[in-house]
Design a binder for this molecule. Structure first.
Ligand SMILES: *[C@@H]1O[C@H](CO)[C@@H](O)[C@H](O)[C@H]1NC(C)=O
Ligand SMILES: *[C@@H]1O[C@H](CO)[C@@H](O)[C@H](O)[C@H]1NC(C)=O
Ligand SMILES: *[C@@H]1O[C@H](CO)[C@@H](O)[C@H](O)[C@H]1NC(C)=O
Ligand SMILES: *[C@@H]1O[C@H](CO)[C@@H](O)[C@H](O)[C@H]1NC(C)=O
Ligand SMILES: *[C@@H]1O[C@H](CO)[C@@H](O)[C@H](O)[C@H]1NC(C)=O
Ligand SMILES: *[C@@H]1O[C@H](CO)[C@@H](O)[C@H](O)[C@H]1NC(C)=O
Length: 399
């Protein structure tokens, strides 16, 4: 009997009418072969078909390109099934497994993304900012004609309420983004659909299900304060306001205090670090990210701490510079004076030095000692001075 059944199934599969029917959205009833007449409601993710007498439906299957086959077991006499929410833009195939007394029904329904390949919106993304508005952006499909127009629909998956984008961002007339101020109607999970129109060709849709928590960009923390004692500074802050209440542990922070410091959120948001006095003026700015998914928000306003009087330290530096310059000038002045004096006393000194260098070309210490021990020569101070001035005034001396 199994052989007979297989043969019958094979004959049915080879029947050109059935072959044609397979893989098409609009299934027609084939003569002598009752069609299930499957229908798919994409809004409700619900597949339904005509109930037949003496037929038990076992399960329905959705074959999803990314998620693989998703099987739903059916209760007795059920002729419909509801699938979890998944994106549909890559197309899905549905099957119903049947236990019929008469014969099996090999039937599939293919839900396609009709329209030209590459016409769908691409690089779609949405982010929530400041816990109160959302920006979505996308780009025109590579193969989309110039007259393409896109539309964004957002559906919350809890109540299935759908609304169109209230404020599109445009690029030469084409919608390429959406700004949404009122987030009240949105749930944790939301379905985003970008479909389109064109006079020239069918435009494919793009759809995506986005989890609220994954698209929120956190604001910088609130109430940043710094308290310092003699040796340490303590920076404290409050977690930012977010769309949904989150525990402290779900955040992490970066503190920029001349260098970058990363801190996990804990029950009290603070960072204590050694910073001995006198303490120069510092600034700290902080930004926030989800603890697990790295996604930094913007920096806070910088908060200053340390010396209240930064000009005082600047004046101090200026004073040092001026003083240094004065001292240097004085020393050079003295040296010059001495040099001029020594030139008058010992006009041939450079020659004396050359002579000694010729005898001991590499050892200054020896020169020094020989001079120092020579009673005929001038005292140590004179020689050092001459050597130095020779170096400084080498050019003028040779003129
Ligand atoms: C269903 O099965 C019953 C009993 O096996 C039979 O009498 C009836 O004709 C069948 N109905 C159909 C539509 O095949
Ligand atoms: C879309 O994103 C891809 C990958 O990030 C990038 O290479 C491409 O240029 C983007 N396309 C447009 C139109 O922005
Ligand atoms: C969001 O979109 C609005 C409207 O175009 C724009 O002014 C704003 O700068 C955008 N904000 C961010 C953070 O992208
Ligand atoms: C786009 O999708 C929305 C929501 O499902 C629908 O109302 C609208 O007719 C669609 N537009 C096009 C051009 O397919
Ligand atoms: C900042 O702190 C003050 C006093 O502790 C408090 O009243 C205020 O609500 C805080 N602000 C925010 C935004 O948390
Ligand atoms: C300054 O603060 C640090 C850390 O909080 C603490 O260990 C230290 O004892 C404090 N020093 C003084 C003088 O209070």
């Amino acid at each position: 009997t199994r052989l007979v059944a297989t043969t019958v199934l094979l004959c049915m599969l080879l029947d050109p009418v059935i072959l044609q029917t397979l893989g098409h959205q609009d299934l027609t009833t084939v003569e002598g072969f009752p069609s299930l007449n499957m229908k798919f409601d994409s809004r409700r993710m619900e597949l339904s078909w005509d109930c037949k007498e003496n037929t038990t439906y076992l399960e329905c299957v959705m074959i999803h390109k990314e998620k693989g086959p998703i099987e739903i077991m059916l209760k007795e006499n059920e002729c419909h099934c509801k699938f979890p929410d998944y994106s549909l833009h890559e197309g899905v195939t549905f099957m119903v497994k049947v236990n019929s007394i008469q014969r099996p029904i090999p039937e599939t329904l293919v839900y396609t993304n009709s329209g030209g390949k590459g016409t769908a919106a691409q690089n779609f993304s949405c982010f929530i900012y400041n816990a109160n508005f959302m920006n979505c952006t996308w780009a025109k499909g590579q193969a989309a004609p110039d007259d393409v127009q896109y539309f964004l629909y957002i559906r919350d998956l809890k109540y299935r309420r759908e609304r169109e984008c209230p404020h599109y961002l445009e690029d030469s007339g084409t919608h390429v983004g959406c700004h949404l101020e009122d987030l009240s109607g949105l749930a944790y999970y939301n379905y985003f659909l970008v479909n389109g129109t064109s006079q020239r060709t069918g435009i494919q849709f793009f759809d995506s299900i986005l989890y609220w928590k994954k698209i929120e960009i956190y604001s910088p923390p609130n109430n940043i304060s710094v308290h310092c004692n003699v040796s340490h500074c303590l920076i404290q802050w409050e977690k930012p306001v977010t769309r949904h209440t989150l525990s402290n542990r779900e955040f992490k922070y970066q503190l920029d205090i001349q260098r970058l410091i990363e801190v996990s959120g804990n029950w009290e948001n603070k960072y204590n670090f050694p910073s001995p006095e006198p303490r120069a003026k510092h600034t700290v700015k902080i930004r926030t990210s989800d603890a697990r998914i790295q996604r930094w928000g913007s920096w806070s306003q910088p908060v200053e701490f340390g010396s209240d009087d930064p000009e005082a330290s600047l004046v101090h530096i200026y004073m040092l510079v001026v003083l240094g310059t004065l001292v240097s000038a004085l020393i050079i002045g003295c040296l010059l004076k001495r040099f001029l004096a020594s030139r008058r006393l010992f006009p041939r000194i450079p020659h004396v030095k050359d002579k000694w260098n010729d005898n001991h070309p590499s050892d200054h210490q020896v020169i020094w000692e020989k001079f120092a021990s020579d009673p005929q020569k001038a005292d140590n101070e004179e020689i050092v001075t001459v050597e130095e001035v020779t170096a400084v005034t080498a050019a003028p001396a040779s003129v």
